[in-house]
Ligand binder design. Structure first.
Ligand SMILES: [Zn+2]
Length: 210
């Protein structure tokens, strides 16, 4: 058994004050730092969009954030411009300890398709390299934390299950967008139904540190 911690999208734009702020998103950063002490392998994903990305409402006249369109055959929720490559908003939160992150996997780089999962784009057309990386290091168990519960955490977890990885979501180390009230709870139910184990940071850090 070999474990990896995957920190999902802990970027300025998803933290309060950012372009696509997740409520209490800042609360998970110190938890993510504490969790890292319990893992030998820490990885991160980074939403990394070109300025003309198709998930941006600004690219579709007459739409607004929250609308759903068809983007090249896939239903797409539209978002405010966020995590544009090279921008401050795309950088990791400055309070995040990045010193132990072995590799960062960027996603959403193709303007024609979004990528919620850290593994594959939303059409499963192209991978980020994360699956191959985990396989090459014989990782069997992945622990997932970050933003947002109902999008990138959820789809990263579901893809991890598809790849037959033992998958754990660290509930208190995630927060959701909740476009509709209850979206995060629904997402956790969907993850559980797919065989994802929902745990807390205390389950992990207390066992490792105490
Ligand atoms: Zn995005």
């Amino acid at each position: 058994m070999k474990r990896a911690l995957i920190l999902v999208d802990l970027q300025n734009d998803f933290i309060p004050g950012g372009a696509l702020a997740v409520a209490e998103g800042d609360k998970v950063v110190p938890i993510a730092n504490r969790l890292q002490t319990a893992f030998d392998l820490v990885l991160a994903t980074q939403d990394w969009h070109p300025a003309n990305h198709g998930s941006f409402a600004s690219q579709h006249p007459g739409t607004k954030p929250g609308d759903v369109i068809d983007l090249n055959g896939i239903p797409q929720v539209l978002w405010p411009d966020h995590c544009v490559q090279g921008s401050k908003g795309a950088e990791f939160d400055p309070r995040l300890d990045v010193s132990r992150i072995a590799k960062v996997f960027q996603k959403g780089v193709d303007p024609q398709i979004d990528s919620y999962s850290g593994f594959f784009d939303n059409g499963h057309r192209r991978g980020t390299g994360l699956a191959e990386y985990l396989r090459s290091r014989s990782v069997t168990d992945v622990y997932i934390a970050g933003l947002a519960t109902d999008y990138c955490v959820k789809f990263t977890s579901l893809d991890a299950r598809t790849l037959r990885l033992n998958t754990f979501v660290i509930e208190d180390a995630c927060r959701g967008v909740n476009l509709q009230p209850g979206d995060s709870a629904t997402a956790l139910d969907q993850m559980r139904a797919a065989g994802v184990n929902v745990v807390t940071s205390d389950d992990l850090v207390s066992a490792a540190v105490r």
